[in-house]
Design a protein around this ligand. Structure first.
Ligand code: NAD
Ligand code: ATP
Length: 275
């Protein structure tokens, strides 16, 4: 590796300071370094494009933002735990240098994470199309009332939900909102999709684990102001007659690892601790 990216959370000064230290450490070893935020990566893509690995200094939200950069430039992400939970982090601020030694010497391994793609069709025209690493959520835009949505699987009607929301999650997202909504944990290697209702009203339908080639379609059964949110960070307002299609994306996101695969289970219960 010749060039390493170091992405920090501009809202957390400690991550910027750690970024400076890591950039200096990499520079002393003759590597080129890009140091910035997800915003600067979007503003100057040509500067971040040469990176062969992207460190994400922060919590899971920062990892989610770094993942969008990594997907765009097909570079793997190494999460460095500097958030409250940092579930997706591989190393800590203390162990990051040891981890980098492993990866720079050709060690470690890289996984491929499934992504979900959300398309919004209005009068048959596609007006929105984006990717998510955790999940696509459909929920109410305003007052805390239920969203009433009809769901179809591969164009076959499944049911109508009245719920706070409904989401399609990846394996990566199965430990996030989907888990809080009662979904199962999927192995990160799984390319299945999860359909989960958030606080479903009188629904007997549990979370569904669906094969990767499934198309999930949402249409509003009642015309309430509604929105879709991707990874809790990007959203798009939905109008009454819109149709939302969620599928597994062609693209993948790669994560760098320095611990064995079984590390996921070894630390699962500890990482899902609740503060
Ligand atoms: N009730 C809930 O649990 C709830 C509500 C809203 C959003 N979320 C999740 O938050 C994500 C956005 O994360 P954020 O940090 O920007 O927002 P945030 O700060 O609201 O984080 C919500 C919590 O979810 C954790 N989290 C995020 N991705 C995770 C993952 N893949 N596995 C395990 N935990 C994860 C975060 O560490 C944090 O503790 C969304 O994609 C959604 O999955 C969860
Ligand atoms: N590059 C960024 N630019 C703007 N906001 C960001 C950036 N990175 C993270 N954030 C926001 O800052 C908030 C906190 O960031 P982050 O998730 O990294 O830390 P945390 O919430 O403390 O950790 P965790 O998500 O592990 O609990 C998140 O809501 C996230 O959306």
């Amino acid at each position: 590796m010749q060039t390493i990216g170091v992405l920090y959370n501009p809202l957390v000064p400690a991550t910027a300071q750690a970024g400076e230290r890591i950039a200096a450490w990499l520079g002393e070893r003759g590597l080129s370094v890009w140091l910035g935020t997800s915003q600067s990566a979007r503003d100057e893509p040509e500067l971040v494009a040469p990176c062969e690995l992207l460190l994400a200094l922060g919590g899971d939200g920062t990892v989610l933002r770094a993942a969008r950069v990594g997907i765009t430039h097909t570079m793997p992400i190494l999460g460095v735990a500097m958030g409250h939970l940092s579930f997706m982090a591989e190393v800590t601020e203390e162990s990051v240098f040891e981890g980098l030694e492993v990866l720079l010497s050709g060690g470690g391994w890289y996984d491929q994470r499934t992504l979900v793609r959300a398309r919004v069709l209005r009068q048959g025209q596609e007006i929105y199309n984006d990717l998510a690493l955790n999940e696509v959520l459909l929920s109410r835009r305003d007052v805390a009332r239920v969203v009433h949505v009809s769901v179809a699987i591969d164009d076959m009607p499944l049911t109508s939900y009245r719920a706070d929301g409904v989401l399609v999650s990846t394996a990566t997202g199965s430990t996030a909102y989907a888990l809080a909504a009662g979904g199962p944990v999927l192995d990160p290697r799984s390319d299945s999709l999860l359909l989960v209702t958030v606080a479903g009203h009188l629904t007997s339908l549990p979370a569904l684990v669906l094969p990767p080639a499934t198309k999930i379609t949402w249409t509003l059964a009642r015309h309430h102001p509604t929105i879709i949110s991707l990874d809790g960070q990007w959203s798009f307002p939905i109008e009454p007659d819109d149709q939302i299609e969620v599928t597994r994306a062609e693209e993948i996101c790669r994560f760098a690892h320095v611990y064995p695969q079984a590390h996921f289970y070894q630390t699962l219960t500890q990482r899902l601790r609740r503060q």
